[in-house]
Design a protein around this ligand. Structure first.
Ligand code: PDD
Length: 278
């Protein structure tokens, strides 16, 4: 596999950064993930715009103009012969003597690599995913795609230990989002509900596309908070991300949700999203 590190394409085994990198020492950096389908990047402009925003929010100047980011991604997809999977990009504040405040002249570290992954024929989408709810113990700037992911690592591990694929995180009784996805429910009246954007959650790029698709195809959608109880009593639930696209949920905290199989709204949105992504 070929990875990208600070301007160089290298075999993954030779790709390395300093132990003094602030990403490693402080999680002082941000990342982005774009999907690849049929060798092409999905909704990539949105991901690169969010990457630029995350950098601006933490005061790192964007090391590359958009066109250069696209070149790096395209080069990695091509060198790795990637047909379906993900491109991961990370920028940290760089390597410097360990000191909390920003170093004077650190140069941002840029790392990118690809991961092959079955997205379209994902068997989980056929059966539907189980989710568990966990307390959202993260900081208050979840709108930044920070590499500080320990809370999400623990949430996903709790899900795995319960035999579930995703953890929905809860704050003040309401779902914020999935540990690596945006959470949606479909009420018994057929309304799709997802939390409005704020500092409490990541502005999902897949979320935005799904909201646009719902509007285009005449599905009712509300952006509002929804509680754990509402989730348990929903007709359907699903989650969205660059890696899962639209993933139907069939069980919450060990209880069957709705009919216990992927619901019609989630299945329709998954199909619509694939058509959009192609
Ligand atoms: N995660 N919320 C969180 C906390 C996320 O980490 C992600 C994505 C999303 C969905 O965003 P998008 O639709 O733009 O992928 C929401 C990526 C895939 C990851 O960490 O691997």
């Amino acid at each position: 596999r070929t990875a990208y590190v600070n301007g160089q394409y290298l075999p993954l085994e030779q790709a390395a950064v300093s132990v003094m990198d602030r990403g490693f020492l402080f999680a002082d950096g941000i990342y982005e993930v774009s999907a690849v389908l049929g060798g092409r990047l999905v909704d990539n402009a949105g991901h690169l715009a969010r990457l630029a925003r995350s950098l601006a929010e933490i005061g790192i100047s964007n090391p590359h103009p958009i066109e250069e980011w696209v070149r790096i991604e395209t080069e990695l997809v091509s060198r790795n012969g990637l047909d379906e999977g993900l491109v991961y990009m990370q920028v940290t504040r760089g390597a410097a003597e360990r000191d909390f405040s920003f170093p004077k002249d650190a140069v941002p570290t840029v790392v990118a690599f690809t991961q092959a992954k079955t997205i379209r024929a994902n068997p989980l989408a056929e059966t539907g995913a189980k989710v568990v709810t966990v307390p959202d113990i993260r900081w208050q700037r979840r709108d930044i795609k920070s590499v500080a992911l320990l809370a999400q690592v623990l949430a996903k591990q709790a899900a795995a230990e319960a035999g579930a694929a995703e953890a929905f995180m809860v704050e003040d009784g309401a779902i914020t989002e999935g540990s690596s996805s945006t959470a949606f429910i479909v009420t018994r009246e057929g309304t799709i509900v997802t939390r409005p954007l704020s500092n409490a959650l990541l502005p999902g790029i897949t979320r935005r596309a799904v909201i646009a698709l719902a509007a285009e195809f005449g599905l009712t959608l509300e952006e509002r908070l929804f509680s754990v109880e509402e989730l348990h009593g929903a007709a359907e639930a699903f989650y969205t991300s660059a890696s899962a696209f639209v993933m139907p949920v069939v069980s919450v905290d060990g209880e069957t949700l709705g009919e216990g199989r992927p619901g019609p709204v989630a299945r329709r949105l998954r199909e619509l999203y694939f058509t959009f992504a192609e």
